[in-house]
Ligand binder design. Sequence first.
Ligand code: SF4
Ligand code: SF4
Length: 420
Amino acid sequence: MLNTDRHPCFNVAVKGDCGRVHLPVAPKCNIMCNYCNRKYDCVNESRPGVTSAVLKPKQAIAYLAKVLEKEPRITVAGIAGPGDPFANAAETLETVRLIRAQFPDLLLCLATNGLGLPPYLDELAALQVSHVTLTVNAVDPEIGAKIYSWVRDGKVIYRGVAAAEVLLKRQLESIRGLKARGITVKVNTIIIPGINDHHVQAVAAKMAELGVDILNCMPMYPNAETPFGDVPEPLPEQMTAIRREAEKLIPQMHHCTRCRADAVGLLEDDRTDDFRGCLSACAHAVPAPVDRPYVAVATQEGVLVNLHLGEAPGFQIWGPKDGGFERLEARPAPPPGGGADRWWALAETLKDCRAALVSGIGDTPQAILSEAGVEPVVMHGFIEMALTAIYGDGDLSALKGRRSGVAGGCCNKKSGEGCM
Ligand code: SF4
Ligand code: SF4
């Protein structure tokens, strides 16, 4: 049975004993708030939307294990962006599933705008997600229309009042669904002077009616290069007055620290800086699944990684031996043509490999191999160096820096058929 009292954001009494770690696995967003600016690399800013790196789900689990080892006071794993968890639903749910399986005592917490949440209500409950934060800035679409530039629902993009109506409808549906499933709900309301600062009582009243557990009125942080970049931050006395009025309707959070999307530690003993190197290493690491002992290599002569995936007639299969590495066998690649089927066939050929070392790769095979569990590593250099990193700490950042060609794309223009 989870002890849901051990969440420092929802229970101020434990904020000196219990900490949280945010896993930045959700880079995309499905709406555009006029105050949002997501910078991944800014180490000096502490606010939502900022992270030093983005992790894939398995990388997030490896990172979480390291964090828990060094900071055992962590009781909550949260996903709070840097975009929205449900604009990256596959990554979010895979991460949540892996956490629940491997760290059954951890509390799970998500922070979302709510637009994409409703289809996942039952799964969140089944996975024992205990705490969800929704950001609700308005319960009047006319006011919401001033806050959101657009809202993307599937392939449809809404603007203006229609955008705010769609978002509000989903937010209310999300909150009702979460409360019906016994999940603790916090609502963040970003206070934007001249836009919604006169509207907070209406938000508080609606949230109280829905059974929301706590309201967190947060002063807007004016981000440069955003439509609200010149709107001044609300004054502390204005925030105090707003919270005092809202508190008559719904309990208030007074200890929010406006966490980054990669925040780690206790709210009053933040350790995000201490773990920045660890986060970066995990973001470049190839996770080490036990059922994938080998590494596939695209090479001409068996010393260097020097073949593009689409041009490699076959792959050498390497594995560890006696403190070093040995080439075990060679496997032919599926013949060119066939579109995506060719890459699924290759994934099957390499199903016992955790990584494929190549000098270049197209977007489609990259996505398919990653999905199948064979992590493509685009690099130039010695095979042994890459294997040392993969079977060591898993940090390939130095080797990936040696890549050439179009980053992340297909640089094979010679044959014209490389990644087809
Ligand atoms: Fe959850 Fe927000 Fe607290 Fe992170 S800061 S643990 S997302 S409530
Ligand atoms: Fe940015 Fe969050 Fe708004 Fe998305 S929901 S635009 S990530 S503030």
